[in-house]
Design a protein around this ligand. Sequence first.
Ligand SMILES: *Cc1c(COP(=O)(O)O)cnc(C)c1O
Length: 375
Amino acid sequence: MDFIPYGKQFIDEADFKAVAEALASPLITTGPIAKEFEKRLCEYTGAKYSIVVSNGTAALHLASIALLSADDKVLTTPNSFLATSNAILYANAKPIFVDIEENGNINLDLCEEAIKKDPTIKAIYAVAFSGNPVDQKKLKHIRDTYNVKILEDCAHAIGSEYDGIKAGSCVNSDCTIFSFHPVKHMTTGEGGAITTNNKDIYEKIMLLRNHGMERKHDIAPWYYEMTVLGFNYRITDIQCALGISQLDKLNENIVRRRILAQRYDNVFKRHEFIKPLYTYDGNSSYHLYVVKIDFNKLKVSKIGLFNKLKEYNFGVMVHYIPINKQPYYRELGYGDEDTPNMNKYYEETISLPMYYSLSDAEQDYVIKSLFEILK
Ligand SMILES: *Cc1c(COP(=O)(O)O)cnc(C)c1O
């Protein structure tokens, strides 16, 4: 059996064909295919506007410049990839780490308490962890009641929904970001997108994606003007061709992931030492499948488990190390927040293999081996 990683991309003939066609066209950087990809993302998510960019971190950076001002306080989760809170720092704003719920998502009740205590808090950056949408009712309540901006990091969650609210529709948020890194459930190699229903945010981000420059052909054919300090966060039409082709099979991909999640759940839900992070939820896009393991009751430690896996030819991963405890963040004074759930979560959890092409037989092998190692 080939090595089974914790996640990987799925590329088929249609993807090869789409990329080859794009490569043969006269424009290969951001052009008509990028426009088409943006249109398709709007149709898929239900958002009014979308902007495709070079990666998910660039999406977070541009959204942060559009939403935040220097020194703004922003509530965010320690349970994410570094980029979520780094983007707050890029905008010279101040992340505040809030503890998580049982399911790995930011605790929105704690967010509300924090905002009540400190009305100068300006925004919440919420991550739909593992593809499980954040509670949209609570998000709506917070947005209706307090003057805070909401960004949804849906890098794990394209295709998920909550009471019919699609990830990226921005029904209860100002912006959503996506990542199309190969480990996510649709890919452009590297890539990302922002969706919004706000025209001002859309126009600002479009400008920032391309150096803050605007062509003014009415003045002269060569003339352009720079009005804000922007970046080169463009994505190529070659990548966007892959993106469109991947979007075509996204639903099928998620259906398979949900089946795999149910198969895992059926084994773990009554188990003593290994438990699913949350019981099967047909709304999750299952970018990740996370289990909690009570290592205190076992002879094997988390490191012991990772070392032992080399003999078994499959991979697991940890999502995530608490961001606030990173040396860089410690240097800024973070790390000792009161986040008991996050600390316990980090001790207990691992992500098991989860991807479209994972076969039943491979999954059964992973489950059998895991029990063997932890016995
Ligand atoms: C992957 C990821 C990002 C960053 O996306 P890139 O495309 O790798 O820059 C941001 N947030 C979360 C939650 C992610 O998983």
